[in-house]
Ligand binder design. Structure first.
Ligand code: AHR
Length: 314
């Protein structure tokens, strides 16, 4: 009875969250799944679904929530899912090593949140040759369509556009913005930047990004970069746009240490929706967060089940 209630709650929480986000979606048809259908069917004889997941690391509260969602689902389904998890500590080489070891183990499906967009062709080809479908979760990879089965995640360009619209309201369409970018080369950083820049160019000609630097999606680096922005630009800064809340929380510390009032002297907009940024808003030290949903575990495993069964997925 407890397990049934827990399963229903998981589905309800995930559905509610998905309804309110910038658009967690699955997309693309599944050439890799089709191509590996024979293997998938033969593996279907195995009772359990075997999944390997190569996670980026623990750089943010959002990442921890995504990991928790995936591990919670696997933990609730130990009778049917054999789950292997690797934490790559934000290094692509570690993710590649993890994928290679999942291939050697002969898992049914490999899940991956690619830390950066490029550099995946060789290892994805190895997985394809072994008949193991790859599911991209949260971030995208720049590879040809036949090298992965599907993508499950949010629309980061829309998030960047929404961030620009919210900042325009806070600044009455005019002012100087400093930008804390995410990890260099990550789709979350590239697309949130693109969405924001395009929206400024299209709608808000009097809002200018006067400085932009990576804070690697971490609170410590967000603080460090904001300190240097404050030293260089001081009172010229009207607002901060951060590609995630953790970097903004670091920037808020830097502003307070410099004797400024974040949320008042300098307006803030960031992405994610972690607990800390809501507390900062309650305290009047932050203005806006653009929600991005990390609760991808249920969709991920349901997709893996379909791939193992040789079904096509969206
Ligand atoms: O890819 C999603 C981003 O990665 C989240 O916004 C950020 O917090 C995480 O590190």
């Amino acid at each position: 009875m407890k397990r049934v209630i827990a399963a229903i709650l998981t589905v309800c929480i995930a559905s509610l969250a998905l309804g309110g986000c910038a658009g967690a979606t699955t997309e693309k048809t599944t050439p890799a799944a089709t191509q590996s259908k024979a293997e998938a069917v033969s593996k279907a004889g195995n009772k359990k679904l075997t999944v390997g997941f190569a996670q980026i690391g623990q750089e943010s509260g959002w990442r921890d929530a995504e990991t928790a969602s995936i591990q919670f689902y696997a933990g609730q389904h130990v009778d049917t899912i054999d789950f292997k998890f690797a934490d790559a500590q934000q290094k692509q080489e570690n993710q590649i090593k993890a994928i290679k070891s999942f291939i050697e183990m002969g898992v049914d499906v490999i899940g991956l949140a690619p830390v950066v967009e490029t550099g995946w062709d060789a290892v994805f080809t190895e997985a394809k040759d072994a008949g193991i479908p790859i599911v991209l979760v949260d971030r995208k990879a720049k590879v040809s369509d036949d090298l992965y089965s599907t993508f499950i995640g949010s629309d980061f360009i829309t998030e960047g556009q929404n961030a620009a619209d919210e900042l325009a309201k806070l600044l009455n369409n005019k002012g100087n913005v400093v930008e804390l970018e995410g990890t260099v080369g990550a789709s979350a950083a590239n697309d949130r930047k693109k969405g924001f820049d395009d929206q400024l160019a299209a709608k808000y000609p009097d809002m200018k990004v006067i400085a932009s630097q990576t804070g690697d999606f971490t609170r410590a680096k967000g603080k460090e970069v904001m300190e240097s922005f404050l030293k260089t630009y001081g009172n010229k800064i009207n607002a901060v746009y951060a590609h995630n809340d953790d970097m903004m929380l670091g920037a808020i510390e830097a502003m307070k240490e410099a004797g400024m009032k974040p949320g008042k002297d300098i307006k803030t907009v960031s992405c994610d929706g972690v607990k800390g940024i809501f507390q900062a808003m309650v305290d009047g030290e932050a203005n806006v967060t653009v929600e991005c949903n990390p609760l991808l575990g249920p969709q991920f495993f349901e997709t893996c089940q379909k791939l193992k069964a040789g079904e096509s997925v969206e």
